[in-house]
Design a protein around this ligand. Structure first.
Ligand code: GLU
Length: 289
């Protein structure tokens, strides 16, 4: 049997809170219990929001929780070439297209469509991409690219799904509506997702599937808020010929008002709790481990 490999993959765009502690400890405990490996990955592709200070805090907070991880830690910002190469492969398969619109142009298109009937939203509540860039004539694309106009690269989800056929994943946790077992992926629910941003040659979805494969991750344990993202991850894995890990999505730790925790919430931040004299053992109890 292959040795299980688990990972915790935070983004250094804020301080860790109880929800992160729950994910990190769950992965670490499962790795220990199964004789597996535990890896840490820093998801720092968003240079505008990620900061060295938050990355340093991640190491401190996890060490305080009693976690150890293998070195070197994989930092996504150091692997942009790998993401570019994967993107080039999808482009060569004609499964992507450049989209030149600005955020405000997209917002305007949605507002127009919402007047007629509510335009569909993705599982996170963001309106699906409405643009017609997918249909843009090859010459116009070339002219705009040569002119130096910035563009994002989107997945042509319809073509990609045709190419990949139906997909499922094995869920050993639970989705927001109790989904478990063999779950049918529904990538169309996300529309033509962004694979590379104007300012970054990758996106969360693209880098996460490449890294999970590169790091040989066999088991992904993460919050239920990412449950439906797995549909896009499965599609990208199929397109790029990457193996699918097992997925276990866990319940979210909510604040006292029942809201999802935000990185800025002082009351549940690990550093704030530590400063108040809470111990790592108390954190385990607080998250129900
Ligand atoms: N970096 C993501 C986050 O901090 C987690 C990615 C994942 O576990 O797939 O929300």
């Amino acid at each position: 049997m292959t040795q299980p490999v688990f990972r915790f993959a935070p983004s250094p765009n804020g301080y860790l809170h109880l929800g992160h502690a729950y994910s990190a400890l769950s992965n670490f405990d499962m790795a220990r219990a199964s004789g597996g490996r535990f890896l840490l990955r820093i998801e720092d592709i968003d240079t505008a929001r990620c900061q060295p200070e938050y990355e340093a805090a991640i190491y401190q907070d996890l060490a305080w929780l009693g976690l150890t991880w293998e070195e070197p830690v994989r930092r996504q910002s150091e692997h942009l070439d790998g993401y570019r190469a994967a993107l080039a492969k999808l482009e060569a398969q004609r499964l992507t297209f450049p989209s030149f619109e600005s955020r405000s142009e997209i917002a305007r298109m949605i507002a127009d469509r919402d007047v007629r009937e509510r335009w569909p939203r993705d599982p996170d509540g963001t309106p699906l991409y409405p643009g017609a860039a997918r249909m843009m004539a090859e010459e116009e694309r070339t002219v705009r690219i040569v002119r130096g106009e910035p563009y994002a690269i989107r997945l042509d989800v319809e073509r990609a799904m045709e190419w990949a056929g139906p997909l499922r994943w094995t869920e050993t946790g639970e989705g927001p509506s109790g989904e478990r077992g063999e779950v049918a992926a529904d990538p169309a629910a996300w529309g033509d997702v962004v694979l590379a941003r104007k300012e970054t040659p990758t996106s969360y979805h693209l880098s996460v599937v490449i890294d999970d494969a590169r790091q040989g991750i066999t088991d992904v344990i993460r919050g239920q808020d990412l449950f439906w993202s797995t549909s896009v991850h499965r599609l990208l894995q199929a397109l790029l010929g990457l193996p699918a890990p097992n997925y276990r999505h866990h319940r979210l730790i909510l604040d006292t008002e029942g809201r999802k925790l935000a990185k800025s919430t002082q009351a549940t931040g690990l550093r704030e709790l530590r400063a108040q004299g809470v111990t790592a053992g108390d954190i385990r109890k607080l998250v129900g481990l």
